[in-house]
Design a protein around this ligand. Structure first.
Ligand SMILES: Cc1cc2nc3c(=O)[nH]c(=O)nc-3n(C[C@H](O)[C@H](O)[C@H](O)COP(=O)(O)OP(=O)(O)OC[C@H]3O[C@@H](n4cnc5c(N)ncnc54)[C@H](O)[C@@H]3O)c2cc1C
Length: 322
């Protein structure tokens, strides 16, 4: 049995640990933090939205991401919500909506009545929008915790607060340490988010509100929670959310529905997305034989299943050669 050390318990590390354990490897996951969470993966929106993301991303986001909802559902049944994505814009931002529509596909135009049918709480608020029926979402925190439980049941060993571990005890190392990984090509893209709670709004699916300067999305979660995200700032600074970003996110939430003005702010958070120059992830083999999975950028939950499969193929083929 191949002994594999996976470094990093973010979404990249946990998905590859699953892929390797499912193929019969003996897997240890080492994480410097004391528990799951606090990393970029913990702060994600959990949208599996390849067609919307194509607006600003390469076609590979669709090719690699379109099967990811099935991977999550197969791995953790009941986790994925298949309700699509609704994209709306105020009348003054009609050109933004037209631009978004032109840069994406797999959507249908929706008018005021259709928007109200999809999201009754938004009735009368937006005259036009786009509906991406094939998109899905999940709660990233539930996904990470459920994946850890499943991995433990598959005999994967977890080492929290792990120091440097000698690779000599393992046949292979898979490095999934995100921004901590020293890689000349890697940059950070800061993302600030909020968690709001209100009983006065209910949404069935992620809603994206287009705006020329501050496009945002709101993802509904259990127990009347809403994740509001996210800024995109070229910086690897992970300090607390700024007043400006907090105002912009709150303004946008309020613009989507004024009842968000009365919501409780449950949490603010800042995650740094690891990104390569083309904003696409990479599975790389280092000179010392270790494999790295990194650069998941805005698409950790969307693209990590494909990256995990690529890494497992590489690792098992490489092992067969030895
Ligand atoms: C606000 C926000 C919203 C987002 N929304 C979405 C979304 O809706 N959909 C989507 O698909 N993606 C989304 N993303 C992107 C996604 O969160 C990231 O792409 C993903 O989390 C990156 O995962 P990772 O495992 O590479 O990194 P991380 O989650 O940062 O995990 C790396 C782990 O490695 C650990 N580590 C570091 N050094 C070591 C070491 N030496 N040894 C052991 N462990 C170590 C760290 O502690 C950390 O736990 C969002 C990101 C942000 C910030």
């Amino acid at each position: 049995m191949r002994r594999v050390l996976v470094k990093g318990a973010g979404v990249a590390g946990l998905t590859v640990a699953h892929e390797l354990a499912a193929r019969g490897a003996s897997v240890t996951v080492a994480e410097v933090r004391s528990r799951i969470g606090g990393n970029a993966s913990w702060l994600a929106g959990g949208m599996l939205a390849p067609w919307c993301e194509r607006e600003s991303a390469e076609e590979a986001v669709i090719t690699l991401g379109k099967a990811s909802a099935d991977w999550w559902e197969r791995t953790l049944p009941g986790l994925v919500t298949r309700a699509g994505t609704l994209v709306v814009g105020h009348a003054r931002d009609a050109s933004e909506l037209a631009r978004f529509a032109a840069r994406t596909r797999n959507h249908e135009s929706v008018d005021e009545e259709a928007i109200a049918a999809l999201e009754p709480n938004l009735a009368g608020r937006f005259r036009q929008g786009l509906f991406f029926a094939g998109e899905t979402h999940l709660d990233p925190r539930r996904a990470l915790e459920a994946l850890v439980d499943k991995l433990r049941a598959m005999a994967v060993v977890f080492l929290f607060q792990a120091g440097e571990i000698a690779p000599s005890g393992f046949d292979r190392v898979v490095d999934c340490t995100g921004m901590a990984r020293a890689d000349d090509d890697l940059r950070g893209v800061r993302g600030e988010m909020l968690l709001l709670r209100t009983r006065d709004v209910s949404l069935a699916r992620p809603v994206r509100l287009l705006h020329p300067r501050h496009p945002i999305y709101i993802v509904p979660r259990a127990d009347h929670h809403f994740m509001v995200g996210a800024t995109m700032i070229e910086s690897d600074h992970d300090g607390p959310i700024t007043a400006r970003s907090l105002m912009e996110l709150l303004n946008a939430a309020y613009a989507l529905h004024p009842a968000f003005g009365e919501a409780e702010i449950v949490e603010t958070g800042v995650g740094v997305r690891p990104a390569y120059p083309d904003n696409l992830p990479r599975v790389k083999r280092r000179k010392d034989g270790a494999i790295t999975i990194n650069g998941l950028y805005r698409h950790g939950f969307l693209l990590s299943p494909a990256m995990a499969t690529q890494a497992a193929d590489l690792l098992f083929n490489a092992s067969a050669d030895n």
